[in-house]
Design a protein around this ligand. Structure first.
Ligand SMILES: [Zn+2]
Length: 438
């Protein structure tokens, strides 16, 4: 392969990169990485009062009525977890949810989009849930309150909201019962014994088991959305961590948004995989291996530093023959989860990041591997980028690797992450991804 045109380290250390998948041109200039990477906080951390039951934001455990009605929750049961679906509102506080799935109050792709463009209708399961929920006085109150809150956020005055008939408010609530944009909310807001408001719980602070459950619950939610919305062709899954990454709430959560198309980057990548079915091996782990950018591996997944990204980016690929998350075995999902968890843990909770999932769309006959990209939002593209279309990434791929590896060894020694092979222990076998096999 002609790798040099995509990744070239100049004598002064400047690393010029072009993403083989998107064509994005990126330079990493030595010295810029000395800009701060450990914190996005400009304000000094504020002291917090720790409470037994957290109530710091609308996603906290005492404020369950500040999100739209819950679709599902995962609770601890014995040594395992069990799922409760469509819980009645008066039972919200009977169990402690480790993770909750709730509709997004402000959908990106709205219920009306599906209704008006496709003739989407709420199905029997959704209508039954809605009727059950509204037949309970606590549920009815919850729905009218949250619709009023939504209207106020949309700029309507209290007087105006009062005048809207109940019937109309309940119709608005259909987007909760039939929408296709969900949020997965983690239990805790702050670390146990936190003293300051920057001691938030991030993905990396979870145990490996909790992180696996978080991922599994997300995949099950994805399957559920596909089952409810027969017009969905792809579900975008992502996690925005802290405000520089676009998070409006500091409380850990993921989002799932159903789409009626794949988006242009997935469409382009499908064209590439049609021309060369092995492209994800060649420009993924094979490429990264030759440049010593592979830094972690287990039986089911492999992690390396990505090239040609605007932000420092780590890519975690599933090695499975399956090409969609929901087609993976539990062991394979755990393999992915362990690497994603380890990368978050090694970065630390103060680094703002996006976690983005990619996989083969349900209606694609060309297979692409399931992969998760973690992008550190530590830089803001500015005028230079706009004028030249050359993006300046503050860290070279080698610097990103070297920032992670020592911490990964330390965390593994402490038993906080599960990784079978780190850095030089990685095998670098060619074509480790098996998605191309029928
Ligand atoms: Zn919270």
């Amino acid at each position: 392969m002609d790798y040099e045109s995509y990744y070239y380290i100049m004598p002064d250390g400047t690393t010029k990169q072009i993403s083989p998948f998107t064509g994005t041109e990126v330079w990493a200039v030595p010295g810029r990485s000395s800009k701060p990477t450990s914190s996005n906080h400009t304000l000094p951390p504020q002291k917090i009062t720790m409470k037994e039951k957290e109530d710091y934001c609308s996603f906290c455990e005492t404020r369950l009525f500040e999100t739209p009605p819950e679709k599902a929750r995962l609770v601890k049961q014995g040594n395992g977890f069990s799922k409760i679906e469509y819980l009645q509102s008066d039972k919200y506080f009977d169990t402690v949810p480790e993770f909750r799935r709730v509709p997004n109050l402000f959908e990106i792709v709205t219920l009306d989009y599906w209704r008006k463009n496709y003739g989407y209708k709420l199905n029997k399961e959704q209508l039954q849930w809605r009727d059950n929920y509204l037949s309970n006085s606590v549920g009815l109150r919850h729905i009218t309150d949250i619709i009023s809150f939504k209207l106020s956020r949309m700029g309507r005055s209290l007087d105006e909201i009062k005048k809207i008939p109940l019937e109309e408010k309940l119709q608005m609530a259909d987007s909760f019962f039939g929408g296709s944009h969900d949020i997965i909310i983690a239990h805790r807001h702050f670390l146990p014994n936190a003293e300051f408001d920057n001691q938030l719980i991030s993905s990396g602070d979870m145990t490996t088991e909790s992180h696996y459950q978080y991922m599994l619950f997300t995949i099950e939610s994805m399957v559920h959305i596909f089952n409810m919305n027969r017009y969905a062709r792809y579900i975008s899954i992502f996690q925005n961590w802290l405000s520089p990454a676009g998070a409006s709430v500091d409380h850990l959560h993921k989002q799932l948004v159903a789409l009626d198309e794949w988006g242009s980057s997935m469409t382009e990548q499908t064209k590439m995989v049609r021309q060369d079915p092995n492209i994800f091996n060649e420009y993924g782990p094979n490429f990264a291996g030759h440049h010593n950018l592979v830094f972690a591996e287990n039986e089911h997944a492999i992690a390396f530093v990505g090239i040609g990204h605007r932000y420092p980016t780590i890519e975690i690929f599933s090695k499975s023959q399956a090409s969609r998350p929901q087609e993976h075995t539990q062991e394979e999902i755990r393999g992915m989860s362990n690497l994603v968890h380890a990368v978050h843990a090694a970065a630390g909770s103060h680094i703002s990041c996006n976690e983005e999932w990619y996989y083969t769309p349900i209606d694609s006959i060309y297979k692409m591997p399931w992969r998760i990209l973690i992008k550190w939002r530590i830089n803001v593209p500015a005028g230079f980028e706009g004028g030249t279309s050359i993006y300046i990434n503050p860290m070279t791929p080698v610097e990103i690797r070297d920032r992670l590896v020592p911490t990964l060894y330390k965390l593994r020694d402490e038993g906080k992450i599960e990784i079978s092979r780190l850095a030089e222990e990685c095998k670098l076998q060619p074509n480790p991804l098996k998605y191309y096999l029928k």
